[in-house]
Design a protein around this ligand. Structure first.
Ligand code: GDD
Ligand code: GTP
Length: 399
């Protein structure tokens, strides 16, 4: 038996996604027309023999419940539930707190665990294949990253022959490896014994050191994986497939494009075709698109969106209930819920750069309920909710 756990985080996470996450929690933010959490969930639902997926996070139950209900209907072959932490317990604290639920019968031999804020193909079958070849407790998906950014991730040093992890450091001070932790794991149920050891050690430290606070908070990366690597109980599967973090609005637009391109192979039924549509494009069935509007590539259009005559949308996410009036243009941007672009308005930006430059805005983001008045041009701006823009603006945050 195999189960899956998705670490969905909570309201204090994903702050770099503001203002989008002000009214939509990050796991539910639509990427390629589906909530972010749908993508790992749909991939898990394809794993042969997987019985159950548990979403673990510190959002209120009511935040995740509608999604869980809907997903349960869409994936009736697996059991889906949300386990709310009473407060942020860290990436291993929640696993430990809910160990009885996760290990409940049918008792899983293997557990896939993944982060939510990544866009990847979730190669679970490949991970399992590597895992079955060794006697380690876990297999971690490694991804290649550039040296300049390697310290932003968990760093993996491994033996290329045996795939054994020799050394793991979470977000090291200095460069140690170009193989990063991709945030997707396969563990034997013995993981829970390892977490218990880490928890007991923390308890012992807290008894000795008044500066160590005794709580249930524990990090999978620092407290468990670093130790597993030191004990040579961890192996790596090096993914060659696409992989990105989704931390910023710009990276959400990139993830949107990657997932739409992937849908061409995995879910062609979800994509829309047409004379003025350049694939891949997702259009929600309730959206209205004028036949003369030009859409794509890499565009996702949400529920009840209206696109007027001659409107143009490229590399963008348009959230629910927004209106893009006649001849308005959206390029490299996210348009939030209930926003309006007047006739001939233009909201554009640069595509996400390979390495983000601090303080420089690339992709434009309109939060919810923003109005861009006719003929107004907004370039590389972040616009907060309820703003009405009548003047051109570039490279600024509009409060
Ligand atoms: N349930 C729960 N509780 N989930 C959490 C908590 C928590 O307290 N804190 C974080 N998460 C979830 C996040 O939602 C996300 O899915 C995942 O855990 C990791 O988030 P972060 O702790 O913010 O780490 P990170 O994204 O900066 O780095 C992690 O991912 C990288 C790959 O994207 C690490 O695992 C790195 O090693 C890795 O390279
Ligand atoms: P996550 O993004 O989900 O981790 O949570 P968050 O958005 O709440 O994180 P936050 O915005 O608090 O950023 C976490 C820390 O990472 C902050 O100190 C940021 O300055 C820093 N940070 C900003 N950009 C990056 C980046 O591209 N990579 C990394 N590793 N850290 C960054």
């Amino acid at each position: 038996v195999t189960k899956g756990v998705i670490l969905v985080g909570g309201p204090s996470k994903g702050t770099r996604m503001r203002p989008l996450t002000l009214d939509c929690p990050k796991p539910l933010l639509p990427i390629a027309g589906k909530p972010m959490v749908w993508h790992p969930l749909a991939a898990l639902a394809q794993v042969p023999g997987l019985t159950e997926v548990l979403l673990v996070g510190f959002y209120e139950d009511s935040v995740m419940a509608p999604f869980v209900r809907e997903a349960q209907r869409e994936f009736p072959n697996i059991k889906i539930s949300y386990l709310p932490e009473y407060r942020s317990l860290g990436t291993a604290g929640g696993l430990y707190h809910f160990r009885d639920s996760i290990l409940r019968a049918p008792v899983p031999q293997h557990i896939f665990i993944c982060n939510i804020d990544i866009a990847t193909s979730f190669p679970f079958a490949e991970l399992l294949e590597v895992h079955n070849k060794h006697r380690g407790v876990g297999t971690i998906m490694g991804v290649p990253v550039k040296k300049e950014v390697a310290t932003r991730y968990g760093s993996i040093v491994h033996d290329p022959e045996t795939a054994q992890v020799l050394h793991y450091v979470e977000k090291p001070q200095g460069w140690i490896s170009n193989t990063a932790n991709g945030g997707v794991y396969l563990f034997d149920k013995a993981l829970f014994d390892e977490i218990k050891v880490a928890m007991d050690e923390k308890t012992a430290r807290a008894a000795e050191d008044p500066l160590v606070v005794l709580d249930e908070n524990l990090q999978l990366e620092q407290d468990v994986i670093e130790r597993l690597a030191a004990a040579k109980k961890l192996y790596v599967y090096e993914s060659k497939d696409f992989w990105r973090q989704i931390k910023t609005a710009a990276s959400a637009v990139t993830a949107n494009a990657l997932y739409l391109q992937r849908f061409e192979k995995t879910h062609p039924d979800l994509l829309t075709k047409g004379p003025n549509i350049t694939a891949p494009v997702y259009v929600h069935p309730t959206a209205t698109i004028d036949p003369s509007a030009k859409v794509g590539p890499n565009v996702a259009i949400g529920p009840h969106v209206f696109l007027g005559e001659g409107a143009r949308v490229v590399n963008a996410i348009i959230l629910d209930n927004s209106t893009i009036d006649k001849h308005a243009v959206v390029v490299n941007a996210i348009v939030g819920s209930n926003s309006t672009l007047g006739q001939w308005a233009r909201v554009d930006g640069e595509p996400e750069p390979e390495t983000e430059v601090k303080g420089k805005i690339s992709v434009s983001v309109l939060a919810s309920d923003v109005q861009v008045l006719p003929e107004t041009h907004v370039r590389s701006c972040i616009v907060l909710p309820n703003k009405s823009l009548s003047k051109n603006a570039a490279n600024q945050v509009l409060l």
